[in-house]
Design a protein around this ligand. Sequence first.
Ligand SMILES: Cc1cc2nc3c(=O)[nH]c(=O)nc-3n(C[C@H](O)[C@H](O)[C@H](O)COP(=O)(O)OP(=O)(O)OC[C@H]3O[C@@H](n4cnc5c(N)ncnc54)[C@H](O)[C@@H]3O)c2cc1C
Length: 420
Amino acid sequence: MTSTPKTAKTVLISGASIAGPALALWLHRYGFVPTVVERAPELRTGGYKVDIRGTAIEVCRRMGVLDEVRANSTDMRGGSYVDGTGRTIGELPADIFGGRVEEDDEIMRGELARILYDRTREDVEYVFGDSITALAEDADGVTVTFESGTVRRFDLVVGADGLHSNTRRLAFGPEERFKRHLGAYISIFTAPNHLGLDRWETYHALPGKLVCVYSSAGETDAKNLFVFSSPEELAPHHRDTAAQKRALTDAFAGDGWEIPRLLGHAAEAEDFYLDSMSLVEMDRWSTGRVVLLGDAAHCASPASGQGTGLALTGAYVLAGELARAGGDHTVAFARYEQHMRPGVERNQRMAEGFVKEMTVDRKWKIALRMFMVRTLPKTPWKNLIAKKIRDEIQACANAVPLADHTAPATNAAARPTVTA
Ligand SMILES: Cc1cc2nc3c(=O)[nH]c(=O)nc-3n(C[C@H](O)[C@H](O)[C@H](O)COP(=O)(O)OP(=O)(O)OC[C@H]3O[C@@H](n4cnc5c(N)ncnc54)[C@H](O)[C@@H]3O)c2cc1C
């Protein structure tokens, strides 16, 4: 079946990180007219490394960005665990450590956002420093009011605005209804690379806590990632940075290794991030002409390591279904959700397990893990264990099948004939 929208449908996308620009790229290719609004004053280029695996690799290939993604790879070599004195307990190569297969890749989130933005900026209208404040839907479209005071009409609205989605709040209700805290917090910030790491991650595990310092290709500084268990949600709001820094310092007070020095850097860090590891679970991802995409619809938490892949895949599927349905959103939104949901749920279940792994609470469990880390590389069954980890991660990375919504396209300027 080949179809194109009868009139070019206008689509407002809230959020310019991964899901938003990826959707804009596909919609433009199919002949829709996307506009992206981003609350930040400019493209947010910072961040942490994110995995591109399984289905997401093929989506990048079809977007025509895979070579650029690979050219910006973090190129990690492996990682080690250290004890409280900094002594290495054991080292593991990247394939065992990250459950990777050869074609998997890793890139800094900000780099991927920049690649997608650069591919779309000439064809797509981007509005930075603004945000939706009201959505009023009628039979023909949605009247959108922005913080800046602007009022505009769009045929469809897509919320690709992350875990704390503004679009979700406006169209579906308060965040508390859909967000489920998984019992842990994650923090990340940049600091000088004191440990002299070169494409290497160094871990230190404590009861209920995990610290990881890493430096990836082309980075002079190091990223410092802290995870700590907290059965209850903490009081600080996700945008109250001063309170969040205090929460991190309290959680790691009195701990050894490099932690006191790193907490000193946290206090100064301009890119400091702390948030609850949470899932977003919703009965449906669309209402009327509004639909959610990526973390806004189904955040699987950083523990899944698949949020970026799901955002890229979801953008491809949503745009493909809209094109296939000739712009009929009622058909397209239902098909998009039906296609994505089983794979999303599988990844969310994996994340629940990984959060527990990251915050092992007993000293003897940590000692057992360190024993494994020390002995595994020397055992004959190391490949079997590596395969078991890899198989589970790869199954999740491939959990959303890629329907052939479109013939592979490599030219971002190609116009919209859709084959489904
Ligand atoms: C510390 C950490 C580590 C992670 N590690 C991995 C990993 O290894 N692998 C992996 O696949 N994923 C990882 N993730 C998850 C991954 O970053 C997300 O799943 C992915 O970025 C989701 O993309 P998104 O575009 O849906 O949302 P986001 O990347 O959250 O982007 C949302 C965008 O919306 C904008 N926005 C917010 N509010 C508004 C508003 N009111 N109006 C307009 N714009 C707004 C934001 O500024 C942002 O640009 C990690 C996340 C964190 C926090």
